[in-house]
Design a protein around this ligand. Sequence first.
Ligand SMILES: [Mg+2]
Length: 221
Amino acid sequence: MTWKVIFFDLDGTLYHPEQGLWQAIGQRIERFLEQFLRVSPDQARALRYAYAQRYGTTLRGLQEEHGLDPWEYLTFIGQVPVERYLQPDPQLRALLESLSQPKWVLTNADAPYARRVLQTLGVEDVFQGILDIEALGWIPKPHREAFQRAWQRAGVRCPEKALLVDDLVRNVQGALKAGMGAVLVHPQRPTVPVPWIPRLEDLPLWMAEVRKHSPWKGATA
Ligand SMILES: [Mg+2]
């Protein structure tokens, strides 16, 4: 058994989480919460965490609880200066090109922002396309509906032969629960038993190992 299609998360997955961009986005998310809900920085931080846990993303929490227009939020967050934090990454490009499967970006962010990130990294044309939060019907990962929508959009007939690569444990768990393959890419070993690689560069080897030993579940941490 081999994977037929690979979905890559964007933030923290296609670039290293310590490159500063995700932290800058986090600051903008919290600033938006402060302004929109008129709360203190501490309250904004707590709300961001609570929304992420409960709804998958801050945006979804604001939509559910406050009927927020998503583009008001995304336009504000999207003003982050991507080019200040990222540069072209030929190694990433070579890695992605070495994988023969069709590749999609599957992100809870919006497509204009995702496109800027991919263009800055120099990998936009490697992907079939971007499945963003709007394409997911505003239902974020890790909800099952988000994965189902992604399979539909990418023409996936056998979800168990589709793989998600993501830096968030809850997204990996959600994908596995929905019936597809998934692997966590994160520098730190997770505290829960999910398939895990510390760096994206380890993906080809992990895929080869899974193929050899345990076609459906793969290695667990
Ligand atoms: Mg991510």
